[in-house]
Design a binder for this molecule. Sequence first.
Ligand SMILES: Nc1nc2c(ncn2[C@@H]2O[C@H](COP(=O)(O)OP(=O)(O)OP(=O)(O)O)[C@@H](O)[C@H]2O)c(=O)[nH]1
Length: 663
Amino acid sequence: MATMENLIGLVNRIQRACTVLGDYGGGDNSFSSLWEALPSVAVVGGQSSGKSSVLESIVGRDFLPRGSGIVTRRPLVLQLHKIDDGSEEYAEFLHMPRRKFTNFAYVRQEIQDETDRVTGKTKQISPVPIHLSIYSPNVVNLTLIDLPGLTKFAVEGQPESIAQDIETMVRSYVEKPNSIILAISPANQDIATSDAIKLAREVDPTGERTFGVLTKLDLMDKGTNALDVLEGRSYRLQRPWVGIVNRSQADINKNTNMTVARRKEQEYFATSPDYAHLASKMGSEYLAKLLSKHLESVIRSRIPSITSLINKTIDELESEMDHLGRPIAVDAGAQLYTILELCRAFDKIFKEHLDGGRPGGDRIYGVFDNQLPAAIKKLPFDRHLSMQNVRRIVSEADGYQPHLIAPEQGYRRLIEGSLKHFRGPAEASVDAVHFVLKELVRMSISETQELRRFPTLQAEIAAASGEALERFREEGKKTVLRLVDMEASYLTVEFFRKLPQEVDRVGNPGERGGNTGERGGNPQGERGGNPQGERGRGSNPGGERGRGENASERGGIPTASNVDRYSDGHFRRIASNVSAYVGMVSDTLRNTIPKAVVYCQVREAKMSLLNNFYAQLGKKEGKQLGLMLDEDPALMEKRQQCAKRLELYKAARDEIDTVSWAR
Ligand SMILES: Nc1nc2c(ncn2[C@@H]2O[C@H](COP(=O)(O)OP(=O)(O)OP(=O)(O)O)[C@@H](O)[C@H]2O)c(=O)[nH]1
């Protein structure tokens, strides 16, 4: 007995917990259902077949709503608990845990009210069960699920689809393999037309889990009996048929007591010439005991599979909880700690992106190695150093007095004008790296698993990183532009000195008789010696082209004239010299711009991306910190659900363990 109480009580407790979580048969459940795994007795029958009467008889109490039309519109999970003789009988609803009903008329009223609370007064049906527990010395431990009566037609006020809806709902309960079907048919109708048997046959063709109950035996035509059915000849089931005689409508109207009714039922069978030989296996009391015993044995046989389902689900839920993250602490210190931990996790991933290990950092090198050189290559030096432009700039720089030897001012302007072009690629490199860094921040945020739950903090980190990167970008721009400006502000004199000297027919007409192009060949090439631009003019900046011109000039008219000096060759040489100089600067900048960018942006991002954010965090109060850890509501809901289910399954496991030990 102890075992039986334990097992059925165990299933009762698990069933109640399932309902609290919305896990019940017929419901729209996306998760694997523990409810489905629990054996239960589902009561099915056509309208007026005597379903309510059977249930009340099993309980020994009037407590079910009565009336015309479809009265049972939600499943009623009726859990019967045997208590010690002499103890007071009472009922309890799961949805009203603190109220004990001792008056069963109120129980009936509450079933009606609770039905209406979910379905409205529209006479709709709902699969959400009502849980009613009855504690009584006059019951056996048993759980029965009362379902709406199968019907053919909708009555006034009910939707046309009601018959189909009821069948669908009833079917969802009885088709699961763990369901024991209590199929109720009235004896005064042909068994072949019984709605209950029809459905049972469909979902349990072997009759293995169907108990046939035949009501209204007393209402059969005189001279007929139901022995063919009760003895299994009309419709064979693997379980015995049980005949029942409930209170008639007249008895109900007279308020005939249940105890009296049960006694009368026993007398009916004992004295019936047709059924006396079956008397010990007939009647509602026998039915209750039979079901209780059967339910207990089914539960016992299912315990291993229930246990393994529970263990498997616990594992799944535990890993789901790990995935969703544990609940957040409430005190400010712990919250700050959590935020810092989350930032650190993000920062670590961000660094991995930069240093390698995660992709993306290489795109920064791509900027230096491809984009910057390509952008420099595209600079319009050709246009700037075209003959026409060189001539114009040099002439403008000369003013009213054409240059005598080398156009010092002209050179400077040409060089400055050229170097200005480097500002574009320099700034573009800063921007390109900025966007790579921004993208890496975005990727790192989304890759930080721990941050997933906290959309607000994600946004804060994104904003703080964005601000920091913006500052680094400003700094980067200032620095690279400074590099370019520095190049323009002081030219490398050595470059010009190293250029081969042009024959200097103007300054030193007799000297050396030619320009070998060697610096040493022009003793006057010293700044002091030939301050008037000898350097510029004497140099051969352009390399090949310049040298070629040198040669042709050497062969030119001995006395330099303006015409001579301003010939195309002369300007071409200037362009070539400037071009070579710019080329040298370009090589330098190709190396120094990346250094500046890395120094100002990449290195800073690695070292101090969230420094400002940390400083601000320190000033925040608990409430503000809490807001940052504001979780995605959907996720919070999911975790709560997950935690509740985990609790349920763990409680179920503990319950099963206790029962297993008691066995
Ligand atoms: N004489 C007699 N009347 C019965 C018996 N069983 C049920 N009745 C009567 O049949 C009518 C319908 O019985 P219920 O128990 O309400 O049947 P139900 O299947 O629950 O009906 P609905 O909930 O309306 O679908 C009532 O008037 C009962 O008194 C029985 O065995 N003998």
